[in-house]
Design a protein around this ligand. Structure first.
Ligand code: SME
Length: 163
């Protein structure tokens, strides 16, 4: 079905462009949230190097609840404003955490996680769907290029969200 290509260092932008195309093809015509979130997580997790977790936390109207993901079992519920995910959800600003040990309040679901990006997911009507979280076992794994890439990928995912 889909050929998953390993990341080539030094060609980050190209790799994300390619991944965006793959995500668009994978989600094309499908609007089931769980199906798309599951496939999106699998695509990203298996296409980028040095990730140990990639997945969704969905807002249930009160707090964030873990959704489809790849990686080890994670904390189930995160209050808005708590940890990196809760901060992204509350501020609606992307969080680039180069070293989780330096982030006050970081929630260590997996002790291996050392850096992460969390992208807030806001629907067309302005309401919060949840957040997209990618974690790495390497400090400083992510930079601004990864932020831009993750935002472009999340935009493809959000295009499929109805309601
Ligand atoms: N580290 C996150 C929690 C989620 S897990 O890493 C999967 C946080 O601080 O919000």
């Amino acid at each position: 079905m889909f050929e998953l290509k390993p990341q080539h260092y030094g060609r980050k932008q190209e790799h994300y462009d390619d991944l965006v195309s793959q995500a668009r093809a994978l989600l094309d015509g499908e609007h089931n949230l769980v199906a798309n979130a599951a496939n999106f997580s699998a695509l990203v997790y298996h296409s980028l190097a040095e990730l140990n977790w990639a997945g969704f936390y969905l807002y249930d109207g009160t707090e964030l609840v873990v959704g489809p993901f790849q990686g080890k079992p994670a904390c189930i519920r995160i209050a808005l404003g708590r940890g990196v995910c809760g901060t992204a959800a509350q501020t609606r600003e992307i969080q680039l955490v180069r070293d989780v040990n330096a982030f006050d309040g970081h929630i260590a679901c997996d002790a291996a996680s050392q850096s992460e990006i969390v992208v807030p997911l806001v629907k067309a009507d302005g309401s919060l769907l949840g957040v997209w979280d990618v974690d790495s076992p390497r400090i400083d794994r992510f930079d601004e290029g990864d932020c831009a890439g993750m935002q472009a990928l999340c935009a493809v995912f959000m295009e499929t969200v109805r309601g």
